[in-house]
Design a protein. Structure first.
Length: 311
């Protein structure tokens, strides 16, 4: 694997790290510090962090996907945790770590996961309707489509996929799931073709996104991570989160500003009680990829980086 250089982000065929330099710079890395990469993946961001740490520094890397473990470097400063990042505090305690200097989370699905047909993440490949990040868990996308009520399906497509005709879509699935098979990605798209609204590629991408988020409880895990970060970051420690859709970005923005996940409406000018989050916001507006990065890596187009510092 290529090591990070000043100009070249560390990456491999598994995944190209997004907003690489911006994220590392935003963490303001202390050479002897303890850092967490909550989404190890191909290890690109992790190698960048290691490149800035001294021999006394430490990196704890989380990834629930068994495939990611093959990318872990042979480095005594690295502790790899093959679990979802929602178990952050539990494993820090296990390794007797009370406070950390920084945390990075890149919430995008890796290129490897999208390109593996057997994972069922992509509309581009025929494969089983799986979508599990952690193959050890039981529920798959097919299980959800077979067992969820019409109301539950309506809610998840509306909330996680922002599908415009979510109600019609849910009804169509419930009416057809006993007579049509959707064991594979192509079978699902074929079954849904009568209710597609707008551009098919975009529509199916929204449907797949909603199912993937639900299968992996991505929003629940993100909330757990953010709340725990407030407990484990030491004063002056930084958290950098890279999101890829508006649902994630709103959660991060609201938490950094208010310490909660409630939607922020226009500030009340007469409100005298200031709600404190415990964080100082470093990025008033999210950092987005440059035109050059988007050209080099099309999957970076929707990425947004927000950084905050613990009070």
């Amino acid at each position: 694997m290529k090591e990070a250089t000043h100009n070249q982000p560390a990456g491999n065929d598994y995944h190209i790290p997004v907003l690489y330099h911006e994220a590392l710079e935003g963490l303001s890395i202390v050479p002897d510090g303890i850092y967490v990469d909550a989404t190890f993946g191909g290890g690109g961001h992790s190698r960048g962090i290691l490149g800035k740490l001294s021999s006394k520094g430490k990196l704890i890397a989380f990834d629930q996907d068994a495939d990611a473990q093959r990318n872990v470097p042979q480095d005594e400063r690295v502790i790899f945790v093959p679990q979802n990042f929602r178990h952050l505090q539990r494993f820090l305690r296990l390794y007797k770590i009370e406070k950390i200097n920084g945390l990075l989370a890149d919430l995008g699905v890796s290129s490897h996961q999208f390109n593996e047909a057997t994972r069922g993440f992509s509309t581009r490949f025929e494969g089983p309707l799986d979508m599990r990040m952690d193959a050890r868990q039981e529920g798959t996308a097919m299980n959800i489509l077979q067992t969820y009520s019409e109301q539950q399906l309506h809610k998840l497509f509306e909330q996680w996929g922002e599908v415009t005709n979510a109600k019609t879509l849910a009804r169509h699935i419930v009416q057809n799931r006993t007579i049509s098979s959707f064991k594979t990605t192509n079978a699902l798209m074929a079954m849904l073709s009568p209710v597609v609204k707008g551009a098919p590629n975009k529509y199916f991408a929204q449907v797949f996104q909603a199912l993937r988020i639900e299968v992996n409880d991505e929003m629940g895990a993100l909330k757990d991570l953010l709340q725990q970060s407030a407990q484990v970051l030491q004063s002056g420690g930084r958290i950098a989160v890279i999101t890829f859709h508006s649902i994630e970005d709103r959660l991060v923005k609201n938490f950094f500003r208010r310490g909660s996940f409630e939607e922020i409406i226009d500030e009340n000018p007469f409100e005298t009680v200031e709600k404190k989050s415990g964080f100082k916001i470093i990025t008033r507006k999210p950092i987005v990829p440059t035109a050059e990065e988007m050209k080099r890596n099309s999957r970076s187009r929707s990425a947004k980086l927000r950084i905050a510092e613990k009070d």
